[in-house]
Design a protein. Structure first.
Length: 225
């Protein structure tokens, strides 16, 4: 017996009433053309940079939002950069991460780090994720959910370490969202998280409190190569 949600039932009824299945090539082409020709809103000039200038803007905006940034030359340097961050903050040498193939390919065994994989249950102090992209104009990280990078790792650990490759840094949100649509197409991820700095709030007497609703530290390892 097949389990279906109310949403599935509604869409199935619509398709039956229209006499379509939803996979017809002409219909898909119409949708793709409409998305391609959709007018773009006003995009700030601030992020319309390239090369080193784009990366410098991302770093400056991220640091202005209380994110710390470390640059490394290649992915081979990432595990040691993560270990250094934990050591410098007197944190346990243990991290939680998902099943991202890019993270799995890194030489974590070359460090003294204990690596745990899978979703966080809220008892992990340190989480590691790999960002899909980043937005230079605001210093924002863009992470997509899934077994590769569970959203629980983004929000439950006290310290969140995010790996981003320089070529995935874009000037504006629109460019990153277009990449998400291009990569995932009709099978979009359940969530796309835009993260700018660690969790913070000033609700009580206008006093800034870090870690109010999530990680109190956000650290970015930026891979230049």
């Amino acid at each position: 017996m097949t389990n279906t949600s109310a949403r599935d039932d509604i869409f199935a009824n619509i398709r039956r009433s229209l006499g379509v299945k939803g996979r017809e090539a002409p219909r898909r082409h119409v949708v793709e053309d409409r998305l391609r020709r959709a007018p773009r809103g006003i995009i700030p000039e601030r992020g319309q940079l390239s090369g080193d200038a784009l990366i410098s803007m991302f770093k400056a905006q991220a640091e202005a939002a209380f994110t710390t940034v470390a640059e490394v030359d290649s992915t081979a340097d990432v595990p040691e950069a993560v270990a250094t961050f934990l050591r410098n903050h007197n944190l346990p040498a243990s991290v939680r991460m998902g099943d991202d193939l890019r993270l799995r390919a890194m030489a974590w065994d070359a460090t003294s780090l204990e690596v745990k994989r899978g979703r966080s249950d809220g008892h992990d102090l340190n989480g590691v994720s790999h960002a899909f992209g980043a937005v230079a104009e605001s210093g924002t990280l863009v992470l997509v959910s899934g077994p590769e990078n569970p959203s629980t790792v983004n929000f439950l650990p006290d310290n969140h370490i995010v790996i981003i490759v320089a070529r995935d840094v874009a000037g504006d949100y629109e460019t990153v969202l277009a990449r998400v649509r291009e990569v995932y197409g009709g099978a979009m991820p359940r969530t796309v998280n835009f993260i700018t700095g660690p969790s913070r709030s000033a609700d009580i007497e206008q006093t800034l409190l870090l870690g109010a609703h999530g990680p109190r530290r956000l650290h970015v390892v930026l891979v230049k190569g």
